[in-house]
Design a protein around this ligand. Structure first.
Ligand code: C2E
Ligand code: CA
Ligand code: CA
Length: 576
């Protein structure tokens, strides 16, 4: 084919097309005539052949090398980054609050060291956090959960309650006579009492219930039931458990408590409201002296009314809204003699006449009582002076609160008023409740002695409701014992109360004291008291408390009655 092509005239491209082997070079020998050409075959391929056969091996080797180094690099990078990644995860867990997780880094190099340090650091943080949490959520004295923890559990219970329709109950417990223990026996004794109370409360609760100390002498319980029968059963148990005296240094101490009850969802559906309402109920129980009380709207209104009254009471004195009424006390021994007890009233511009039980207890808690007592003492002594000048010799009894006995101002104000109105001290008798005496017996004793030294008389009011021992009463320089209305009220129907009244009269007489019974509402009671030899009587049977002018009028009108109240022959005989 080449030759035949050649013959038909040499065509370079066709020749080249034939000569596929590019190693052949065609060189035309002259440009005018295509008949001669040289074919040159380049023989370099012959030499390169051996090399060519090895290049693929080399390439394969290079590729393999590259692959291996890539794999190696990856492995090394993996070895370094894997622990770092693990550390990163660990750091994130620590950030999220998961401490002390085991870490799977076994290597011993720097990364391993770092891992180890982070691990032990997180364990340290975990331990410390647990300690801090424990401290933040536990009451250090009683080891009970504290207010924060209680609130958290309560919030949790509310959430569960909302989801599953479950019911539960908050009990707010306040000790009745803790202040006395703390003030009189000292804080160490106070602490022991709190620990004992905590142990008792803890002792009878179920696992699912929470008991916490909220602070001071206030405890709270979260009962996992809304069944009122079961709640009351539990509450009665608590009252019983805390009614047992706490024994300190062989000395039994009565503590007692008041419990407020609020249930979810009946009384509130929100944690803080539940606590507030249980608290309101607790104050209600204290006020009513009922041991326990369920929350109801009435006690809330009562409380709110008290709070706003409390704000106004300071101004009441300045605005001249306070008023003293006088209730006669009839003598059964001294014919016709009348003394009076000054009883406070608040003539409120909008609410009308407010009885003392509605504001005195709150005034006592806040200390405003000192201002009130100061006003009462001045006013009562001034009235005594007025009556004296009218020719009426009426002894005046004035109620004094515990707080008044704690400072010097009562004695100072009394001395001043007596002098100013020219009233002999013996015309004035201060009535001090038994419980007030017990708040700080030493200080009370001191003030009472000073008043007695001035020549005033002292009466122990509401006798029988407090816890004072006879031995203590005997030591006080008092002149009168006043039996509380509660005993007189039930005397006719209740044998026990008859016995209390009778023995109090005897006991008072044995101690050389005058005995007064208050709250006499009917003739039967009067007859019994006469029979027992009671010295003075006071009650609605004779008169309610009256404004000063009405009282004078009452005395003038009732001379007959007064002369008529004589001891029965029986009593005279029994007293002789
Ligand atoms: P209290 O010292 O036991 O006074 C006797 C209370 O019994 C008075 O109530 C009196 O009105 C009431 N009472 C008297 N006789 C009868 C009766 O036959 N039947 C009934 N149902 N009640 C009778 P009041 O005036 O409401 O005083 C209540 C309490 O408020 C007093 O109890 C006293 O503890 C306190 N209080 C009154 N005035 C003062 C005061 O000026 N200062 C202080 N610190 N407390 C006062
Ligand atoms: Ca009184
Ligand atoms: Ca009373």
């Amino acid at each position: 084919q080449f030759i035949s092509n050649w013959r038909s005239g040499f065509d370079k491209t066709s020749v080249l097309g034939l000569l596929r082997d590019s190693s052949i070079v065609v060189l035309p020998l002259d440009s005018s005539d295509n008949r001669y050409a040289a074919l040159i075959r380049l023989q370099i391929y012959a030499g390169a052949g051996a090399f060519n056969s090895q290049i693929s091996t080399l390439l394969m080797l290079a590729a393999l090398g590259l692959l291996l180094s890539l794999l190696g690099g990856y492995a090394i990078a993996y070895e370094i980054t894997r622990p770092l990644k693990l550390l990163n995860i660990l750091a994130q867990k620590i950030q999220g609050g998961e401490y002390g997780q085991p870490i799977e880094i076994k290597q011993k190099d720097e990364v391993g060291q770092l891992a180890k340090s982070i691990h032990s650091m997180s364990q340290g943080v975990a331990a410390r956090e647990e300690k801090i949490l424990h401290m933040a959520y536990t009451d250090s004295l009683t080891k009970l959960p504290n207010r924060a923890m209680f609130y958290e559990r309560l919030s949790q219970a509310v959430k569960i309650g909302a989801r599953s329709d479950s019911e539960f109950t908050v009990l707010m417990i306040d000790l009745d006579r803790f202040k006395y223990v703390n003030d009189v026996l000292g804080h160490e004794s106070g602490d022991l009492v709190l620990q004992e109370v905590a142990a008792r409360l803890n002792g009878f609760l179920r696992e699912s219930d929470t008991v916490a100390r909220l602070g001071g002498d206030e405890f709270a319980i979260l009962l996992q039931t809304g069944n009122m029968d079961r709640v009351v059963t539990a509450v009665l148990k608590i009252l019983k458990v805390l009614d047992e005296p706490v024994v300190l240094n062989n000395q039994p101490i009565d503590i007692g408590c008041s419990i407020g009850i609020a249930s979810y969802p009946l009384h509130a559906e929100e944690a803080s409201l539940l606590m507030r309402r249980a608290d309101i109920a607790m104050y209600s129980a204290k006020r009513l002296n009922s041991g326990y009380a369920f929350y109801d709207l009435e006690c809330e209104e009562h409380q709110q009314e008290h709070l706003s009254l409390l704000g106004e009471i300071r101004q009441a004195i300045d605005k001249d809204e306070l008023q003293l009424f006088y209730q006669p006390k009839m003598s059964l021994k001294n014919e016709g003699a009348v003394s009076v007890e000054a009883l406070l009233r608040w003539q409120h511009p909008e609410r009308g006449l407010i009885p003392p039980d509605d504001f005195i207890p709150f005034a006592e808690r806040t200390g405003v009582i000192r201002l009130i007592t100061c006003w009462v003492v001045k006013t009562a002594i001034a009235q005594s002076g007025v009556w004296l000048r009218e020719g009426r010799s009426i002894k005046m009894s004035v109620n004094i609160s515990a707080r008044d006995l704690m400072g010097p101002s009562l004695v100072e104000e009394t001395v001043k008023a007596l002098a100013q109105h020219k009233v002999p001290p013996a015309m004035i008798c201060f009535e001090i409740t038994e419980s007030a005496l017990m708040e700080d017996p030493a200080k009370a004793h001191e003030t009472i002695s000073q008043l007695r030294g001035l020549g005033l008389e002292i009466s122990i009011d509401d006798y029988g409701t407090g816890y004072s021992s006879l031995a203590y009463v005997k030591k006080l320089p008092v002149s009168e014992l006043k039996i509380d209305r509660e005993f007189v009220k039930n005397m006719i129907s209740n044998k026990q109360d008859i016995a209390i009244v009778r023995s109090t009269i005897e006991l008072g007489h044995n101690l050389g004291l005058r005995v007064v019974a208050e709250g006499i509402e009917n003739a039967d009671e009067l007859e019994l008291l006469k029979k027992f030899g009671c010295d003075e009587v006071q009650g609605f049977l004779f008169s309610r408390a009256l404004p000063a002018s009405d009282l004078a009028f009452w005395i003038d009108e009732n001379q007959d009655v007064l002369m008529h109240i004589q001891p029965t022959v029986d009593a005279k005989a029994s007293n002789e």
